[in-house]
Design a protein around this ligand. Structure first.
Ligand SMILES: [Zn+2]
Length: 336
């Protein structure tokens, strides 16, 4: 329906005006898969879908780097239709699949990378998924995790089992979670080492050389509210130092692991980032950033779907309706 295009152009400009009334849509992605994976949740993004999204971004939005967008947001000089593209965690497919698509459309993006996985590491959720994928039996006894005996009879059931296990252990302390993952891998058949899914150090260097922004996302992806503040600081500092060593620049942008305000982080972590020299941070609260936002708690938007025009319309709705995103309260007393 090419006739909708002028309407969409007008609507994006009206919903997302520039200057002091500026609205900044910050898109958030995790993996960009070469092909769809039946063991991952339905809302996964593959390269074809990502290409559709980026074509629409190039046509209808003014995509800025995060550092430029944040400065202009708070100076009141944001252009109309402003948007940023971000990725969390540091998956290798961000480099192999997403980067060429971004470059083809002339777009810039920010990659929030966990540096603890740069040497063939796997995040805990991927250890669970890959172990379940390779499981040799049709059942697994997970009564010790409070999950009973789970069936692994077919792919859909395996997807459900993997998601249930991930949900169950997500908030465990990192070392307990790692131990459970080691046991689970063994219990499900062990065998071949699991494949590395995360970026390698040289990928970070290349991203920075390509003009992309590399942001902080901690070293080990802990839930910040579960750790003492001193441990949080040490983990974030190690992440920043590792990124600086590989890209030549200390990160100034940060994404909270998991990112739920007053759940996964609180106001003390926002203050800590400011003390450590970061210029802004993003949460996973749904919404659009505007001048009245806390610059250490900018909300984001997770796109989905393969229809280009619906994708643009959802971003217009986000710009119109997403101005009151959740954020961690200034009165928070817990420092985890
Ligand atoms: Zn993350």
């Amino acid at each position: 329906m090419p006739t909708l295009r002028p309407f969409l152009r007008l609507a994006t400009g009206l919903a997302s005006p520039g200057s002091s009334r500026g609205r900044l849509n910050i898109l958030t992605y995790h993996r960009v898969l070469a092909e769809r994976d039946p063991l991952l949740p339905e809302d996964q993004i593959d390269a074809r879908t990502f290409d559709i999204h980026m074509a629409a971004m190039a046509e209808h939005f003014h995509v800025l780097s995060m550092p430029e967008a944040v400065e202009r947001l708070f100076q009141g000089t944001l252009p109309a239709r402003a948007a940023c593209i971000t990725f969390d965690d540091g998956y290798a497919d961000n480099y192999t699949e997403a980067l060429p698509i971004l470059q083809r459309h002339g777009l810039t993006a920010t990659f929030f990378v966990c540096t603890g996985f740069l040497h063939q590491g796997l995040m805990f959720n991927d250890i669970v998924t890959e172990s379940v994928r390779r499981a040799t039996g049709n059942h697994v006894d997970l009564r010790h995790l409070g999950l009973g005996v789970m069936s692994l009879a077919n792919t859909a059931i395996r997807r459900h089992a993997a998601q249930a296990i991930i949900h169950q252990i997500k908030f465990y302390a990192p070392e307990d979670r790692d131990e459970i993952c080691r046991q689970l891998h063994h219990q499900l058949g062990g065998g071949e080492p699991l494949p590395g899914l995360m970026m390698k150090p040289e990928h970070l260097t290349q991203l920075a050389r390509s003009g992309m922004t590399v942001g902080g996302h901690t070293h080990t992806h802990p839930i910040l509210t579960r750790l003492p503040l001193a441990s949080v600081r040490a983990d974030i500092q190690l992440n920043a130092d590792t990124i600086a060593g590989l890209t030549g620049q200390s990160p100034t942008m940060f994404a909270y692991p998991n990112g739920t305000p007053d759940g996964d982080y609180n106001i003390h972590h926002a203050d800590l980032l400011q003390q450590m020299g970061f210029k802004a941070a993003v949460s996973s609260a749904w919404g659009v950033a505007h001048e009245g936002c806390d610059r250490y708690q900018l909300p984001r938007y997770a796109p989905w779907g393969t229809n280009s025009q619906r994708f643009v319309i959802r971003l217009i709705k986000n710009a119109l309706l997403g101005q009151h995103a959740l954020r961690a309260a200034r009165t928070a007393t817990s420092i985890g």
